[in-house]
Ligand binder design. Structure first.
Ligand code: 5GP
Ligand code: MN
Ligand code: MN
Length: 328
């Protein structure tokens, strides 16, 4: 693996103008990896543009460099190198996909097992908790000096992608990386409160609607729920304002698989999948054109008619696979 990182470093050394791109519907790991890698590359002497083709969630605007993130409409100048972080396939980077088709040299740094190796050079390692933890190893190898802002931005992705140090991707290396970043100036309480304790009251009202829609299958081992566009509109919220509910579904004691779908626009929903111990939800996500990790995956569902009907095929697939597993 060190050979792979070394080849990424030599791609970086050759380029002057680098575009660092994250995925659409950005989460903490995406924003953290884009910003911390960009900060580090600037310290390394490069001209860098951090880029995400999506609105950045409001609770992240308290962090440094967030206002430097460009979306595609900002007339991004064509770089000599594109580095894509935390994205498993080209459809995940929004309109920046167009630049890949122009033959600009590209690198992927990612930890998704479902990665499709869509750049010239790909460093993909699912044993990492987060893309941000990969960024830390890369910047350390490049001898980049950390200040408190860089440490903070790099810490965010490790904290968020591990569910604040709870998920099965936590191992001793995660605590070592986090401890190192805290020593360098990252403030864990500031990160946790900024991300977890900034909810609007309307999000709790919406949660009440999502709870009303919960259904249990497979003898309580499968929980699912959904929200339709009208539910979000009722409280002037969008699906980006309501994340994490799928984790609450999984937190039910009997549950092995949780599914939560949010209708982003009429006929289009984002489906989030989670499992607790033995079920590989990434296989379900891939079957519907998405991807992710064994215990956290997602895909976009497009349909005519209503969301609950459109979900029937996915729900049936999960339910029958769970019944099968019970028999064995
Ligand atoms: P979430 O359910 O939080 O949106 O996503 C869970 C995991 O699945 C994340 O690691 C995310 O990158 C991945 N994921 C979510 N939606 C998609 C999708 O539409 N396509 C792919 N390839 N991965 C997705
Ligand atoms: Mn992500
Ligand atoms: Mn990630």
């Amino acid at each position: 693996m060190i050979r792979k990182i070394t080849s990424i470093v030599s791609c970086i050394q050759k380029a002057n103008d680098i575009l660092v791109v994250g995925h659409i519907m950005p989460d903490g790991d995406c924003i953290s990896s884009v910003v911390s890698l960009s900060m580090g590359l600037e310290k390394f002497g490069k001209k860098v543009t951090p880029a995400i083709d999506w609105k950045i969630p409001a609770n992240f605007t308290v962090f440094p460099w967030i206002d430097r993130i460009k979306d595609f409409s900002n007339d991004v100048v064509e770089p000599n190198l594109i580095i894509i972080v935390d994205a498993s396939s080209p459809d995940r980077i929004g309109r920046f996909e167009q630049l890949l088709r122009k033959g600009i040299p590209s690198v992927v740094i990612d930890h998704h097992a479902t990665n499709t190796y869509f750049a010239d050079d790909c460093w993909v390692d699912p044993s990492y908790s987060s893309a941000a933890q990969m960024v830390l190893d890369l910047l350390k190898l490049m001898d980049v000096e950390y200040d408190a802002d860089l440490a903070l931005m790099n810490y965010i992705g490790i904290a968020t992608d591990t569910g604040f140090f709870r998920y099965s991707n936590v191992d001793s290396s995660v605590f070592e990386a986090a401890a190192e970043l805290v020593r360098l100036g990252a403030d864990p309480t500031f990160v946790a409160t900024s991300i977890l304790e900034t909810r609007k009251i309307e999000e709790l009202f919406l949660e009440r609607d999502a709870i009303d829609n919960i259904k249990m299958l497979s003898n309580g081992r499968f929980a699912y729920s959904y929200l339709e566009l009208e539910d979000f509109e009722k409280y002037s919220l969008t699906e980006d304002d309501f994340v994490g509910f799928v984790g609450d579904l999984r937190s039910i004691k009997s549950v092995e698989v949780a599914l939560f779908a949010s209708e982003a626009s009429k006929g289009e929903a984002h489906v989030s999948l989670r499992s607790k111990s033995y079920f590989d939800v990434s296989k379900i996500a891939v079957a519907f054109g998405g991807g992710g990790h064994q215990k956290a995956s997602g895909f976009t569902l497009r349909y005519d008619g209503n969301l609950e009907d459109a979900l029937a095929e996915t729900i049936e697939m999960i339910d029958s696979q769970l019944q099968q597993k019970e028999k064995h």
